[in-house]
Design a protein around this ligand. Structure first.
Ligand code: ZN
Length: 443
């Protein structure tokens, strides 16, 4: 990574955090004005095309839901005190609650109240996407303090036919083959899950636009989780397999835990190999599972079986703030977001580099490096501190040997233990010196 890119990544940390704070108050859901407002804000810095899929549209085994338009909600107790006000925190209202205005006894109300008893000071995130119902979320302590008596419950909200909103944009590259970066915009006020993914995707677009070699085209996709991916896949079913070289779903990049990359269903796709090579000293690669995670499950459904992995830090569902009011922007450092951005860029950069392969112009014997100024000719014994892995000559010797027309840069990196970037830089130098011949691996 050049110093210029390094600087741009570091500088993006504060911008991402600022965008996160701006998006945090908005009440998003599967479909509705909060999602459009989110896409409007993202559109200020990237040319997002808006796709609106009408409510009721059949998409594979699913149907696009109605829009949810929440305006106000509260519970007023027998003591006259208003509780669980939507205006105070949008997690107080169960997502996709239907409108109600009724009076009921405390015990009947409690059937509609959700808490987390083992985390008594946080409000949980609860959804009722596909069942007409209503509910409130509060802290366990708030629930325990509800006095007996009659309550007035008021939810001013609409569930109405409209459309599900998707934002999409493409940066064209040399090849029409695409690297697809996907994240989800359906969560209300929570920062790590998943505004971290949203702001890293936005910053990745800016970084790729400025710096990527762009052998590949890049498609950035902002969808409501699950139903949005399914709807998008239904719209793209004829072409998506053909054109997708790699797909990366971004989720929960805000914790300072090491990275977790969940491999595609295939397990050995180029994106999986890129993540293994790039993240070797930054985290773990875990195998595909259809049970947890995010939209990679739709992209890896058997009919598509796309090379799609999930990049997170602490894996979704494994951290204490997950799906609660404790998941706030002030827990997330700009530098953490910058680290997430860097991981995304490095994975893309590895794929870019691996799009070129190299073949020895003359494969017989080792090439003579000194006559091409590629070898430090002063032949002194190497000192104790000499690190052969970091010696540029080491990468040069590996590429000069393995550039036989059958090994990709990833093959060379896996075999040598050297980084893709070091091997690629060495191969480029050797190609400039006409020791190697470049070939496009990707049509
Ligand atoms: Zn979530």
């Amino acid at each position: 990574m050049t110093a210029e890119i390094e600087e741009a990544v570091a500088a993006a940390g504060d911008d991402m955090h600022g965008l996160m704070r701006r998006l945090y108050p908005i009440c998003r859901s599967l479909a509705g004005p909060g999602n459009r407002q989110t896409l409007d804000i993202l559109s200020e810095t990237m040319p997002l095309e808006r796709i609106e899929v009408p409510s009721g549209t059949a998409v594979f085994d699913w149907a696009v839901p109605d829009e949810w338009v929440p305006r106000a909600a509260e519970i007023v107790g027998p003591d006259g005190v208003a509780r669980a006000r939507f205006a105070d925190h949008n997690l107080h209202l169960v997502s996709h609650s239907e409108p109600v205005d009724l009076e009921l006894e405390r015990d009947d109300l409690l059937a509609h109240v959700f808490t987390l008893p083992d985390q008594p000071d946080v409000v949980p995130y609860v959804t009722r996407y596909y069942r007409r119902d209503w509910g409130f979320c509060m802290t366990e302590r708030q629930k325990a303090s509800l006095p007996p008596g009659r309550y007035r419950v008021r939810i001013d909200a609409e569930l109405r036919p409209g459309a599900l909103s998707i934002g999409e944009t493409v940066l064209a590259g040399r090849s029409p083959r695409e690297i697809l970066i996907v994240t989800y915009i359906c969560h209300p006020s929570m920062a790590n899950d998943n505004l971290s993914g949203v702001v890293v995707a936005q910053a990745a677009h800016a970084l790729v636009r400025r710096f990527a070699r762009r052998q590949f085209s890049y498609r950035f996709l902002f969808v409501p989780e699950t139903i949005g991916s399914i709807a998008w896949l239904a719209l793209n079913r004829e072409t998506v397999r053909e054109r997708t070289h790699a797909a990366l779903v971004l989720s929960c990049l805000g914790s300072d835990a090491p990275f977790t990359y969940k491999a595609s269903r295939r397990g050995d796709a180029e994106i999986d190999r890129a993540a293994r090579l790039v993240l070797a000293d930054r985290g773990d690669v875990i195998p595909f599972s259809p049970v947890t995670g995010s939209d990679e499950r739709q992209f890896c459904s058997p009919g598509f079986d796309l090379p799609a992995g999930l990049l997170s830090r602490a894996y979704p569902g494994t951290f204490a703030e997950y799906h609660t009011s404790a998941d706030t922007p002030d827990r997330i450092a700009p530098a953490t977001l910058a680290g997430g951005l860097r991981a995304v860029f490095d994975i893309c950069d590895a794929l870019e580099r691996n799009a070129t392969s190299y073949r020895r112009a003359d494969p017989y014997g080792e090439p003579m490096l000194s006559k091409r100024d590629l070898y430090d000719a002063t032949s002194v014994r190497k000192g104790r501190d000499f690190d052969r892995r970091r010696d540029p000559r080491t990468a040069l010797m590996w590429v000069a040997n393995l550039a036989d027309g059958t090994h990709s840069l990833f093959d060379m990196a896996e075999r040598s233990g050297l980084s893709v970037a070091a091997l690629s830089d060495a191969a480029e130098r050797a190609a400039d010196a006409e020791i190697l011949v470049r070939q496009d691996r990707i049509a």
